[in-house]
Ligand binder design. Structure first.
Ligand code: SF4
Length: 264
């Protein structure tokens, strides 16, 4: 079986592509992953047409739908980045990536807790970099992580396991009629009880720390949340416009790919 292929922010591989012309080579991380996977580098900011060095950009506005704007000249790069990212993630389907490691904190690559500012320059919350958003939307089942958590060997081992499992699934040829009997019955049930398109209520329980991953799967919907007494779990209801039972099953499949989620 071929080695797994992991996408990675190019600066973590040592390419000097950051806004200041530097890199963020993470040698220990690469050494730990190299026996298991080959790397496929992506630098959203240079690949979308920005130069090295360049003016630093940050996320501004609504943390859920932030804009990417340069700090000094306030040049809005949002459209340029989003258009490129949408094309890039479609191209990446050919690469059959089994995972992606994002550079944390970046307005393009950061996966979690990227600082978002209001237009006075004050911190307004946290969001996700624009390329990371597009990637997660296109590949909701691919294991993803930022570089810093992977310094913890337990999290790194867990990530490697998820990558290798995903790679194993990618390498297996799909069996004829692989739709399981369970999903077949569920589809029939959905088709009997709904007229498509409709506003479908997705209901599930999740560990609180997975809430962010879940909300990335539903970027346009407003969730109803209720947390458990100790705050460790959260019950989530999200109403989403869907066109068919296939779309409902696809959404549930993605949710089931998030560790600890119990679909109701
Ligand atoms: S964080 Fe992403 S966009 Fe920024 S330099 Fe690294 S790879 Fe390029």
């Amino acid at each position: 079986m071929k080695k797994a292929k992991i996408g990675i922010s190019a600066c973590l591989l040592g390419f000097p592509v950051r806004y200041n012309g530097k890199h963020k080579l993470d040698s220990p991380l690469l050494a730990a992953l190299e026996p298991h996977a080959d790397f496929f580098s992506v630098c959203p900011e240079t690949e979308c047409g920005l130069s090295v060095p360049r003016e630093e950009a940050r996320l501004f506005g609504n943390p859920r739908y932030p804009k990417m704007i340069t700090v000094e000249t306030r040049c809005d790069l949002t459209r340029q980045m989003i258009d490129w990212a949408d094309r890039k993630v479609r191209e990446l389907r050919e690469e059959k990536l089994s995972g992606f490691i994002f550079k944390g904190g970046s307005p393009s690559c950061g996966l979690k807790l990227v600082r978002v500012f209001d237009h006075q320059g004050e911190e307004a919350g946290y969001g996700t970099g624009l390329f990371a958003q597009a990637f997660v939307r296109q590949f909701p089942d691919v294991p993803v992580e930022e570089e810093l958590p992977l310094r913890d060997f337990r999290l790194r081992d867990d990530f490697i396991k998820r990558v290798l499992l995903f790679h194993d699934r990618q390498c297996r040829p799909p069996a004829m009629g692989q739709i399981t009997a369970q999903h077949h019955t569920f589809r029939e049930l959905l088709d009997r009880n709904h007229t498509w398109p409709c506003l479908f209520p997705f209901k599930f329980i999740a560990p609180m720390e997975k809430l962010h991953d879940i909300l990335l799967l539903f970027p346009e919907e407003e969730p109803a949340l209720r947390s458990s007494k100790e705050g460790k779990y959260v019950s989530v209801t999200i109403r989403k416009h869907v066109r068919s039972s296939d779309e409902v099953v696809a959404c549930y499949n993605r949710l089931e790919g998030i560790k600890g989620v119990i679909c109701l």
